[in-house]
Structure formats: structure tokens, C-alpha cells
Design a protein around this ligand. Structure first.
Ligand code: CU
Length: 566
């Protein structure tokens, strides 16, 4: 499980990073002190496709908990992502690599609808939503429609959120989606954002962010917003709709904001359609800034709880993470890479934190060596240049406690750094996508974001660096790297431990979109509980520097990070 994790580095929950996963038949229990910055946190499984299959929720209820849904288990839907391309180096839909495609439904608080059946109930004559079954991955031998919708199983439920007229509510919105950057819209009601990723922000109405879409909040996977909503409209029923950005053809999700005393019915207005709801742009995102209360001189408490220093300190070191989507010569797998390294969680079957705690010099011994899983370091001093060809390995970034790290995330075309093995088609493949990057164990300041290539200070007269906001930037733990763009974040490495930094799109993470910051392991206090559980000796990883036959053998039919039979 991954939950709020300060000073709990042994139990952060990322499997094989800080601990072994909870194997089938095992159990674990957690007890923790609620002593962190007030705000909204979620918990979710952090092994394989746990999160996508329902092992997720919020620490506090009273929420809009958003997710996306596939009607096949994540281990099945995601398995083709591991398969190598065929010998012609092209996608092969019969047994080879295959993308999971768009989600099949969006859910809110665990409920959702499949296609249009619910919307046409109650006399609603709105045309069906534009969704196309052929866009979706269908298990071999299964009907494209069954069992997801039939006369006997409509698969249609929706969440009802009941409010009383005249009252103001605090709603906590969280997006746990595997893939979907979502916009949630509250029909007829503006909302005021008051916190982002558990950090209090200067209150701002959704209508101030985008006047044409009042009541709409954009939220990427992993992010949270607290919003205030006043039930100030005529008593009735109003649509709560969720829409997927950047992935056209995805279904939308629908729920109902219901006024107490009104008829129990669907809204009479047409349900909002996805094409009418666009995403916030970079200028809007930059308007979501820290609360001025937090920025006040000597502010150390917020609502009675300690808060970390909120002033943005100068950077001690600068790192650049170049983000690409290589098709690897090594394994013929398509992956996501950071500095040309496709990230594995850890050496097989051992939690990296255990390993490092037992031998603080382990890191220095591993750099550049071989083995079943190779270790790659990114450092600020240039002594560890990225590999020339994309490789899979454990990607670590050693930090000293207290260092202020400025990190540039730069989106680059897929064929950068010898990243496109596919010839001749796709030789100039330039695919790029947006990525919500999430850092465990810390918050960071989001100093700036833009299109194109980031230009650091000193390179030309009008650098992007000179425009970074270090006065009152957004502060959060999940930031969007825009497609074909960059984002600069800064954080204080004040939490000893091994901290996963990963794209919060589950399928991307499975395809290697992760690295780990390693901070001052010697300062990690001993685990609260003696007798750390041992990992299974027979776990399986979703990428490795193996040859093609090995990958085919390992992933022809097996699961992610699961103990194998025998
Ligand atoms: Cu990603």
C-alpha cells in the first residue's frame, strides 16, 4: 500500500523498493500517526496492476474518487505490453505486443456506466455517447460486447451525491486512474479550489481558471484537489461528469448531484459530452499557487499542524530527466525510459531499502557492473552519462540529506538516444505523451512548465530558467509533464530512504517509467517492527536485460511481479 509516508520509509508501499509485496494468502497491518500536513491523501496497492483493479481508496471519505476501468484484469490487459515486437519489429496483434487502448469506463466512487444505457433511462432521449467497441482490447475468443453489456447485465450504475440547499461542502477529488487525465465538471455549480495534493492553495474558482467552463476541474492521475461547492441552485438533479483528456474516443463517466428533497431521477438536461470539455492549459495550471498564509514570514504551522518550510530555497544541484519511449534492441520491447534507462524497481526479489540498509556501500559497488539486473546512476556531476542505447535496469539517483534538487523533466521524441529499433517503418517515430510524475515521500515546487526544449540559465538571452516562479509556485507531489514540453520541479531531499519517482500512469510505470532517489540510508531509523518479511524467491519482473527468447518465455503467459508456481 502507498499512503502518506513521511518518516515511514520502511512502509512506503512500493513493492521491492521499500518492502516486499503482500503475497497471496499473506496479510499485513499498518498503524501510523496522523501527524502530517493536513490535506487529502489516497492509498493504493503499488504492486503490479493492484491500483487498477480496485485496490485503492481515500484516507478520508466525502470525496469524488475517480478511476478508469477495463473489464479485464490488469494482469491480462497489461500482459501484452511486455511482449516483444515480432521479428519484423512491428506490432503483432496475434500474440505480440498490444496496447491496452482507452479505458472502457470511468468510475466515480466505484460506480460507472458502460456505454449509454443509463443515460437513456428515465425518458432521457439524448443520443448515445460516441464510444466505439472496436477501440477496445477484447480478450481472444471473447465477444466485443459480452459480457460487458447485455439484456441481463446492463452494467449501469451511477454515484449519487446528495446535498442540502444552501449549504457549502468541502469535496475531495482524487484521480487514481491507470491512464486517464480527467476533467470533472459539476453542472450549474462553480467550485473553489482550496488545496492541491494536500497543500493549501490560494483559493481560486474554477471559473477564474477558465471562464468558459465553470465548475470543471482538471486532475491528472495521482493528483488531488479539495474544492468548495455551495448548493445554491434550484433544488433538483445535476450532472457530475468526468471526461478523458488527450485520449479521444474514451468514454465519459456520469454521476448525479442530487438536492435533498428533489425527485430521485436523472437530470433532465443532456449529459455533457467529452468534446465540449477541454483541458486546462499551462497558464491555468500556473495559477494554482500556494496559500499566502503558508508564504507568510515564519509560517511553520497551518491549522495547528507543523508544515515544512514553504519558501523555495536555491538549488544545490540540477538534474535533467530526459523522457523517451524506446523500442529496445535489447529485448524488442517497447518501454518508457528516463535518461535512456528503463526502470526496474530493484534487484530481483529483494527490497532495495533492506539491501542498502544492510550494506550502505552497496550503491558504489554496483555502478556499471553487470548481473541479471544492472544498476544505473544519474548524478549531477556528469560522471554517469546515460547509456548510449536504451537499457533496462535499476535506476538510482543518490542524494545527500538536505540537498535542494532542481529537476528538469524533458519530453523528447521516441527516436532520441537510439531509441527506435523499429526499421524501416517508424524509424523517425516521434511519439510523445503527457505524463503525471509523482514523487514518493516529498512534495516539490513546480517552478515552471512549457512547450519545446527547456533552456537553462546562461544559455541564451531569454532562457526559460529566468521565468521560473520561485516566489509562490504550485507545491504538490504530482506534476504534469506536458506532451512535447518540459516541467521544472524543485524539492528538498529531507527524507532519508529510497523514494520512487514514477509516472503515475499505471501502464507507463509497468513499462519502466520509474527511477528511485536514494537519500542518506544511514539516517533511516530501524524499522518499527522486527522481522521484516522476506520476498518470495520466485518473483517475476516486467522487464529485464534479457534476450528476446527469455522475454518471450517469461511473459508469454505469466503475470507481473507474482510468485510463480513451484
Ligand atoms: Cu508516463
Amino acid at each position: 500500500m502507498r499512503a502518506a509516508s513521511w518518516a515511514a520509509s520502511w512502509y512506503d508501499g512500493a513493492s521491492y523498493v521499500t518492502q516486499c509485496p503482500v503475497y497471496p494468502g499473506d496479510c499485513t497491518s499498518h498503524r501510523w500517526t496522523v501527524n502530517e500536513a493536513p490535506g487529502t491523501y489516497m492509498w493504493h496497492g503499488h504492486s503490479g496492476s493492484d491500483r487498477g483493479e480496485g485496490l485503492a481508496g481515500m484516507v478520508v471519505r466525502s470525496c469524488f474518487f475517480l478511476n478508469d476501468w477495463w473489464h479485464t484484469p490488469g494482469s491480462v490487459a497489461g500482459m501484452p505490453l511486455n511482449r516483444p515486437f515480432d521479428s519484423a519489429r512491428q506490432t503483432n496483434k496475434t500474440g505480440g505486443w498490444h496496447w491496452v487502448n482507452n479505458p472502457q469506463a470511468l468510475t466515480m466512487n466505484g460506480k460507472g456506466n458502460w456505454m449509454d444505457c443509463n443515460l437513456n433511462a428515465g425518458g432521457n432521449s439524448t443520443p448515445p455517447l460516441t464510444c466505439n467497441v472496436t477501440d477496445y482490447w477484447v480478450p481472444p475468443g471473447a465477444s466485443a460486447v459480452q459480457p460487458w453489456m447485455s439484456a441481463a447485465s446492463l452494467g449501469c450504475v451511477h454515484a449519487n451525491v446528495t446535498v442540502s440547499a444552501g449549504k457549502t461542502y468541502l469535496f475531495r477529488i482524487a484521480n487514481a486512474a491507470q491512464l486517464a487525465y480527467q476533467t470533472i465538471c459539476l453542472e450549474g455549480h462553480d467550485v473553489t479550489l482550496v488545496a492541491a495534493d494536500s497543500v493549501p492553495i490560494e483559493p481560486i474558482a474554477a471559473s477564474q481558471l477558465n471562464a468558459s467552463r465553470p465548475g470543471c476541474v482538471n486532475i491528472n492521475s495521482g493528483q488531488r484537489y479539495d474544492v468548495l461547492l455551495t448548493a445554491d441552485q434550484p433544488a433538483g438533479n445535476y450532472w457530475i461528469s468526468t471526461h478523458v483528456q488527450y485520449r479521444p474516443g474514451s468514454p465519459s463517466g456520469y454521476a448525479v448531484l442530487h438536492y435533498r428533497g428533489a425527485a430521485d431521477a436523472l437530470p433532465t438536461t443532456p449529459p455533457p459530452q467529452p468534446q465540449t470539455v477541454g483541458p486546462w492549459g499551462l497558464p491555468e495550471l500556473a495559477m494554482i499557487v500556494m496559500s499566502s498564509t503558508l508564504l507568510a514570514a515564519n509560517a511553520t504551522k497551518f491549522e495547528g499542524l507543523e508544515v515544512a518550510a514553504q519558501k523555495v530555497p536555491a538549488a544545490d544541484l540540477r538534474l535533467t530527466f530526459n523522457i523517451t519511449q524506446p523500442l529496445m534492441n535489447q529485448t524488442r520491447q517497447i518501454r518508457w525510459a528516463i535518461n535512456n534507462v528503463v526502470g526496474l524497481r530493484a534487484p530481483p526479489c529483494q527490497a532495495l531499502l533492506d539491501l542498502l540498509h544492510a550494506d550502505p556501500n552497496w550503491l558504489g559497488k554496483q555502478s556499471g557492473t553487470g548481473g541479471k539486473v544492472q544498476v544505473f546512476l544519474t548524478t549531477a556531476d556528469g560522471s554517469n552519462p546515460p547509456p548510449i542505447y536504451p537499457v533496462a535496469g535499476t535506476h538510482l539517483v543518490p542524494l545527500k540529506r538536505g540537498q535542494v534538487v532542481e529537476l528538469v523533466l524533458q519530453n523528447l521524441p521516441a527516436n532520441s538516444f537510439n531509441g527506435d529499433y523499429r526499421v524501416p517503418a517508424g524509424q523517425n517515430r516521434t511519439a510523445m505523451e503527457q505524463h503525471p510524475f509523482h514523487l514518493h515521500g516529498h512534495h516539490f515546487w513546480v517552478l515552471g512548465s512549457g512547450e519545446g526544449i527547456y533552456s537553462p540559465a546562461g544559455t541564451n538571452a531569454s532562457t526559460n530558467a529566468s521565468a521560473l516562479n520561485t516566489l509562490n509556485p504550485p507545491r504538490r507531489d504530482t506534476a504534469t509533464l506536458p506532451q512535447a514540453g518540459w516541467v521544472v520541479v524543485r524539492f528538498v531531499a529531507d527524507n532519508p530512504g529510497v523514494w520512487l519517482f514514477h509516472c503515475h500512469l499505471l501502464w507507463h510505470e509497468m513499462m519502466g517509467h520509474a527511477a528511485m532517489f536514494v537519500t542518506d540510508i544511514g539516517a533511516v531509523p530501524p524499522p518499527a517492527r522486527k522481522g521484516r518479511s522476506k520476498c518470495s524467491k520466485t518473483c517475476v519482473y516486467n522487464a529485464a536485460p534479457w534476450d528476446v527468447p527469455t522475454v518471450q518465455m517469461e511473459f508469454g503467459s505469466s503475470g507481473f511481479e507474482l510468485p510463480r508456481a513451484g
